[in-house]
Ligand binder design. Structure first.
Ligand SMILES: [Fe+2]
Ligand SMILES: [Fe+2]
Length: 276
């Protein structure tokens, strides 16, 4: 008897920046799911809310943004260094769909989620590089990435097709990690730096890889989705204490995403898609 092939198509979307972007994406997900015949949608929403005056610790998510993303059809919602920002951390982590980086020594939230059953089983893992944590991040520092990964493999929690959202500031670090797990997972997608990288790679062992998915939000002039003046002044060594609260960017919307065709746990095709 021939075993049925496990086939699925998954769309992964980069960091949602601001409540308006969450509304914008949530309203489009049903049409995107239908147009691309998606089985699963994975969205990084670590910046979906504005919860404080500084971009260092003023993002996170709240129920308002999560509700529109879930209503639109987001099956898994990943996070990053901003997963612990804002007043609704406990409420956000109560959503079954919501992940935060596994390798952060925090008691709140979870870092792995399995959805579906049978030949449509998908496990999403959220990991973070220590380099993604800024000097004022409220979350504890992540533990070693590779130790976290090998511990997870040994845990037996990885069911079905596996996709990793690696939240990291370094494209090369994401590339090295994807090479290290090539053939073990269907995809590694990079998040955190918001300005999407151009290429969608299919590695020799069958792992699809995008170094940085990009973001969902208004493009502005920096590609980050917000006015970067706080970071610019810090770069110059200037005092930012008198700055007004940070502002989200203006201009056209952009969406950084990729679609993976997966057979028996490995990717056969990966393409980038853009908003329209
Ligand atoms: Fe982000
Ligand atoms: Fe981040």
């Amino acid at each position: 008897m021939i075993e049925p092939m496990e086939q699925m198509r998954v769309m992964t979307v980069g960091d949602v920046v601001g409540p308006e972007a969450a509304e914008w994406l949530g309203a489009r997900l049903p049409e995107l799911r239908e147009r691309y015949e998606l089985d699963w949608i994975v969205v990084n929403a670590e910046n979906a809310a504005v919860t404080g005056p500084s971009p260092h610790n003023g993002f996170g998510t709240t129920r308002k943004e999560l509700d529109v993303l879930v209503a639109g059809g987001a099956d898994v919602i990943t996070g990053g260094n901003h997963s612990w920002d804002g007043p609704e951390v406990a409420e956000s982590f109560a959503y079954q769909q919501v992940l935060r980086p596994l390798n952060v020594p925090e008691t709140r939230g979870k870092g792995v989620l399995t959805v579906g059953a049978g030949d449509k089983t998908l496990t999403v893992v959220n990991l973070m590089s220590p380099g993604a944590v800024g000097p004022h991040c409220l979350a504890p520092k992540p533990t070693d990435l590779w130790d976290a990964w090998t511990g997870l493999v040994e845990s037996g929690l990885l069911e079905g097709t596996v996709i990793v959202d690696l939240h990291s500031g370094s494209p090369s670090e994401k590339a090295w990690f994807s090479g290290a797990v090539d053939g073990q997972v269907a995809a590694v997608v990079g998040t955190h730096t918001h300005d999407g990288t151009k290429h969608a790679h299919l590695l020799p062992g069958g792992t699809g890889f995008v170094a940085e998915l990009g973001m969902v939000g208004r493009l502005g002039f920096s590609g980050y989705g917000f006015d970067p003046i706080h970071f610019v002044m810090e770069c110059r060594g200037e005092d930012t204490s008198s700055l007004p609260p940070y502002q989200l960017a203006t201009g056209d919307f952009t969406m950084g995403a990729a679609i993976f065709d997966i057979t028996d746990g490995l990717t056969t095709s990966v393409v980038r898609i853009d908003a329209d």
